[in-house]
Design a protein. Structure first.
Lengths: 302, 329
């Protein structure tokens, strides 16, 4: 060995100079700033915040729609921003109150789907033996006609916000499983997983400490996309009369319009809740895509 | 010499593939002694890395399966050991240094986190004690300004520094045996020398047994005590490094030594063993090396030679071992 070793101690700082300049580790603040750098990021996140604030605070400021009003089927005006329905109830109040239910169902259903989906996806990625089962069950679930099944189950159990949440959540995990599994497989084959095994790490440790952190960005994206799909499912089921009859939701407003036969004349009763659905789904989807892009080092101007 | 710490006997590993079972390792035996370095020498595909993976329990089963043999470590057979024992041995009994340190370190954690996490889990150290020990270990492997760099991520280190971190991780639990799988292949020559120096130094200090997997004859000549040469999944020759380099007892070893570039001989061009290693699916009948061998006889085409003793501490798997050893063939 003729090559010189750097001295054991001594002027260590001088030796370190040949190292590449230490760049600061990625911080949460930095990635948030990068996320907001594009209009799509800033717009979608503000839209989501508007919905969140409306869902949380709206019902405190706007009276719960109910009873019979004297002004029926009025088009939008200063008194009634979104017009009134055939019972004289304010559509704006209905949309505000519906926001809370739609968001609750979206968040809770997506949480259920993410927990099940991630757990199964990681299991399939890590354990070859479990993978066959996970893949088969996932493919089976994906090939089922979801809407008729959801209708059937909801009808059997009895419509309520809780039923809707569970039905949507329990039918939405296969997409998450598939995404997490396919990316988990890539991580599991990385040499550092072998490195961890060579140092005696347990399977549980490898899955939770080595594989899970690597797929967290994907989980964030799928939370947003699953929530967007849950909003649509919730509105769809409510429109079909499987929503909670005691609480307002966007689907129920449109259902009321259809039931009272004013769907072709009172455009405001269908337009505004539909617009709310569209904006929420769109902003959640765009936020998900933007989050994904903002983390992709291959996209130059992120 | 006392008893070996790690003893591999008659180990065979098969991989199930679409073309049928591939026997990557065939009846391999190794002995690793405390304080000594065993070089496992061979081309790509000779089965040396698969042997190491079998020792570490890193083979994916399926497709791989250990079809015969035992791996004895301090009285425990690692082939049949239960998962819990196996994990206990990994890191504390046998540890491994990988070829590519960048991909063998988790990119999402700082190097300090990775070292101290290991100590906290396996040595039940407190957070601060583990961190202090991590800095110590980084200083031990000569990372400059270790106290400052402990919070850096693997990608912020140069190749040589990363390999040092890998070594710090591997020796963190004072293993009895260190397996180094081509530890210097990805590094440039000056750094290679430093890393080998560091490994031998740590070995002297801890009395570890070391298995050095390599295809670099220069490295073998400098650091190894014993050499085991592998070809097509089998051991073809075994001996101490001086004797084996002095006079090989297998035509393959002789070919390897002859193909080493030398500055003291200006006359001939670079020499290479003709042909290519056999495909692991279709190994030739008889001796696997006979299609490339310059002294092959009819017997070599029909019968697999056994690994037999030719002199004290020397074994060779060649029908003409005596002739090759004496320089008559």
């Amino acid at each position: 060995m003729s090559a010189m070793m750097p001295p054991d101690t001594g002027p260590a700082g001088a030796v370190a100079v040949d190292e590449p300049a230490a760049s600061t580790p990625p911080s949460a603040m930095k990635s948030l700033r990068r996320f907001l750098a594009k209009p799509s990021g800033a717009l979608s996140i503000s839209m989501l915040l508007v919905f969140l604030v409306t869902g949380l605070l709206g019902p405190l400021l706007v009276d719960r729609p109910g009873g019979l009003g004297s002004e029926i089927l009025r088009s939008p005006s200063v008194a009634h921003w979104f017009g009134t329905d055939d019972l004289g109830q304010d559509v704006f109040a209905q949309v505000v109150w519906g926001t809370r239910v739609s968001l609750t169902v979206a968040v809770a259903a997506s949480a259920i789907a993410i927990v099940i989906g991630t757990a199964l996806g990681l299991l399939g990625a890590y354990s070859r033996r479990a993978d066959a089962w996970v893949t088969t069950v996932t493919d089976l679930m994906l090939s089922l006609p979801l809407l008729p099944l959801m209708i059937m189950v909801t009808a059997l159990v009895g419509p309520s916000v809780t039923t809707l949440t569970f039905v949507i959540g329990l039918f939405s995990w296969p997409e998450v499983t598939r995404l997490i599994r396919s990316n988990g497989l890539v991580v599991v084959s990385m040499p550092y997983i072998d490195g961890a095994r060579a140092l005696g790490a347990t399977g549980w440790r490898i899955v939770t400490r080595e594989v899970l952190p690597a797929v967290v960005p994907l989980i964030v994206v799928s939370v947003l996309l699953t929530a967007a799909r849950a909003v649509i499912s919730e509105a769809g089921l409510s429109f079909l009369g499987l929503g909670d009859p005691d609480s307002w939701s966007w689907g129920r407003i449109i259902l009321n319009a259809q039931r009272s036969g004013v769907i072709s004349t009172a455009w405001w009763q269908t337009l505004f809740p539909s617009l709310a659905i569209l904006l929420l789904v769109l902003s959640a989807t765009v936020a998900g895509v933007r989050f994904n892009d903002s983390r992709d080092p291959r996209l130059k101007d992120r | 010499m006392n008893a070996p710490i790690l003893r591999v006997d008659d180990l065979s590993v098969e991989f199930a593939t679409r073309e049928g079972a591939v026997r990557a390792v065939r009846n391999v035996g190794l002995e690793v002694f405390a304080g000594r370095t065993l070089a496992l020498l061979g081309e790509s595909g000779s089965g040396k890395s698969v042997t190491a993976q079998a020792i570490m329990g890193l083979l994916d089963t399926p497709p791989a399966s250990i079809t015969s043999g035992s791996i004895m470590f301090e009285g425990t057979d690692l082939v049949t050991a239960v998962e819990r024992v196996r994990r206990q041995v990994n890191g504390e009994g046998v540890a491994m240094v990988f070829q590519d340190a960048l991909s063998a370190l988790n990119p999402v954690y700082t190097v300090g986190h990775q070292i101290s996490e290991l100590l906290r889990v396996r040595r039940k150290m407190s957070r601060s004690a583990a961190r202090a020990r991590a800095v110590e270990l980084m200083e031990r492997v000569r990372i400059p300004a270790a106290a400052r760099r402990v919070d850096d991520y693997p990608h912020q280190f140069s190749g040589g520094m990363r390999q040092r971190i890998m070594i710090a991780l591997a020796v963190a639990l004072n293993p009895r045996v260190l397996i180094a799988d081509e530890p210097t292949t990805a590094l440039d020559v000056t750094v290679q020398a430093q890393i080998m120096e560091l490994l031998t130094e740590l070995q002297r200090e801890n009395g570890m047994g070391m298995v050095l997997i390599t295809h670099d004859l220069g490295v073998v000549a400098e650091v190894a005590d014993d050499v085991t040469v592998m070809y097509a999944g089998r051991i073809v020759e075994r001996g101490s490094v001086e004797e084996l380099f002095e006079h090989a007892a297998h035509p393959y070893t002789r070919g390897l030594l002859r193909s080493m570039p030398r500055t003291d001989r200006e006359d001939d061009e670079l020499w290479a063993i003709p042909g290519a290693p056999p495909s692991p699916v279709l190994t030739p009948k008889g001796c696997a090396f006979h299609p490339r061998c310059d002294i092959a006889i009819d017997l070599c085409r029909s019968e697999q030679p056994g690994l037999e003793v030719i002199a004290a501490g020397r074994t060779s798997a060649c029908h003409l071992r005596a002739e090759v050893f004496d320089g008559r063939a």
